[in-house]
Design a protein around this ligand. Structure first.
Ligand SMILES: [Fe+2]
Length: 302
């Protein structure tokens, strides 16, 4: 067990100066494959599972003023990480829970898979439940394909995940934006690619014609991209990536959050006059969480 935890601790502490924190290259990590059964979404797990919280979903609620005339309910999900340790059954139950709150808009901020994946048809069917309920938009994460993922056990291209999203009716905003009419009001949505895969291009994203005067929400998997996005006009950035730290050790905090900005690894932050929301994510890596429950975020924008 200790031999499995140590590489993860070391990984979280390695960063390249001047660029968003990047997980190290190297041999495949030997990780814990605790095959937890995901259950009891609203109730605490049975006592032996108390700190093995991977299936104990939390609903995080926040009100965020961004200049809308009428409140807009947004379901923000991230880091689904469909894999051997995050089942489609669990993800479907989280989707159901989120949809009970009747969101007007659904935002998915990347890491749909962990490494390679082979159940795309049922995964697309599950995601389609979201897109049928409300307009659903996404950006890609570091695990969704690209040079970073390809140099490990993932895909060198995001093509499989792009196809998944297309099949599921989810609109991918990959370095582009759109002006979205929701009822009587307009919201600009802009999505950027993942910096670890060298695909974060805010200039291209913001070159898309947007609605002048309407608030702009950015979808960006890695919250460290806020510094790259700072020159552009936006009111709120939705991110994931950190898993909230995934393992929060008493007195030591979130040692496993692979970001440069260790002061902002989860929750709502006011940063340089704009909002940044970093969700703890729905899934996980390696099958366990410690003092850091997974979450579905219900954001009321106004
Ligand atoms: Fe992730």
């Amino acid at each position: 067990m200790r031999r499995a935890i140590l590489p993860l601790l070391l990984e979280s502490l390695q960063f390249a100066p001047g660029v968003p924190a990047r997980a190290p290259s190297g041999p495949r990590r030997r990780l814990i494959h605790a095959r937890l059964r995901h259950r009891n979404l609203d109730a605490p797990p049975a006592p032996p599972m108390r700190f093995w919280e991977s299936g104990w979903i939390d609903i995080a609620r926040h009100d965020i003023p961004i200049g809308l005339r009428e409140p807009l309910r947004v379901l923000h999900l991230s880091d689904l990480h469909a894999s051997r340790v995050v089942s489609l059954g669990y993800l479907e139950r989280v989707f159901e829970l989120g949809l009970e709150h009747k969101p007007h808009l659904i935002c998915l901020t990347g890491d749909f898979i962990t490494w390679k994946y082979n159940a795309y048809d049922p995964y697309a069917a599950a995601l389609k439940r979201l897109s049928r309920a409300a307009p659903t938009f996404a950006c890609l994460g570091n695990h969704d394909g690209g040079p970073w993922a390809g140099s490990r056990l993932g895909y060198a291209s995001a093509h499989p995940v792009r196809r998944l999203l297309r099949q599921a009716g989810v609109t991918l905003l990959h370095n582009r934006g759109c002006a979205l009419q929701l009822g009587s009001q307009c919201l600009n949505l802009v999505g950027v690619g993942d910096p670890w895969n060298d695909e974060c291009h805010p200039e291209a994203a913001f070159a898309t014609p947007l609605e002048p005067g309407a608030p702009t929400v950015v979808l960006s998997h890695n919250p460290d991209t806020k510094t790259l996005l700072a020159p552009f006009h936006w009111s709120l950035m939705l991110s994931g990536h950190t898993h909230g730290g995934q393992w929060l050790l008493p007195g030591l905090g979130a040692l496993l959050a692979p970001v440069r900005d260790k002061h902002r690894v989860r929750g709502l932050h006011l940063w340089r006059g704009r909002w940044v929301y970093i969700t703890k994510g729905v899934g996980n890596l390696h099958g366990l969480r410690l003092n850091c429950r997974p979450e579905a975020a219900l954001l009321t924008l106004s």
